[in-house]
Design a protein around this ligand. Structure first.
Ligand code: GDP
Length: 140
């Protein structure tokens, strides 16, 4: 199995409800290591850049408003097949469809306020990590 890194965000609904430790416990129990982590308040520009692929979607404005509404925790997670593994641990985008035991099933409020982000492929993981972390901030 390949040791990979993926990019994670604990979204505003997680920080607002003081759930960052609870979410991190699920992440660590799944065998993923948090090798970088910081709490930031995203600027609108950062959120628009990050979700640029969704710019034409009807929910884009709502998504950006949400991501800048409160602090977030950005993270780099490391582990065997970390990208797919974290997507499994996160659960489906809409918590109504998320499997039992997944972060979104446990904690998400709605399809928009769904507690976590995780990269969907190696290329996006690399771009997303580089948007928020310098190399020397990641300590594996
Ligand atoms: P993900 O990879 O599972 O996070 O899902 P997507 O890449 O499809 O969507 C990115 C993010 O946009 C989701 O995590 C949600 O926060 C948000 N989003 C997706 N669909 C909707 C929607 O129908 N309404 C709203 N308000 N937000 C959405």
């Amino acid at each position: 199995m390949a040791l990979e890194r993926t990019f994670s965000i604990l979204k505003p609904d997680a920080t607002e409800r003081n759930l960052t430790g609870a979410v991190n416990a699920v992440i660590e129990k799944a065998g993923l290591r948090i090798v970088a982590q910081k709490r930031i308040h995203m600027t609108r520009n950062q959120a628009e850049t990050f979700y640029g692929v969704h710019r034409e979607r009807p929910f884009f404005g709502e998504l950006v408003d949400f991501m800048v509404s409160a602090p977030v925790v950005v993270q780099v997670l490391e582990g065997d097949n970390a990208i797919a593994r974290y997507r499994d641990v996160m659960g489906a985008t809409n918590p109504a469809n998320a499997a039992d035991g997944t972060i979104r099933k446990l904690f998400a409020k709605s399809v928009g306020e769904n507690t976590v982000h995780g990269s969907d492929a190696p290329e996006t993981a690399a771009i997303e990590i580089a948007q928020f972390f310098a190399g020397n901030e990641i300590v594996g």
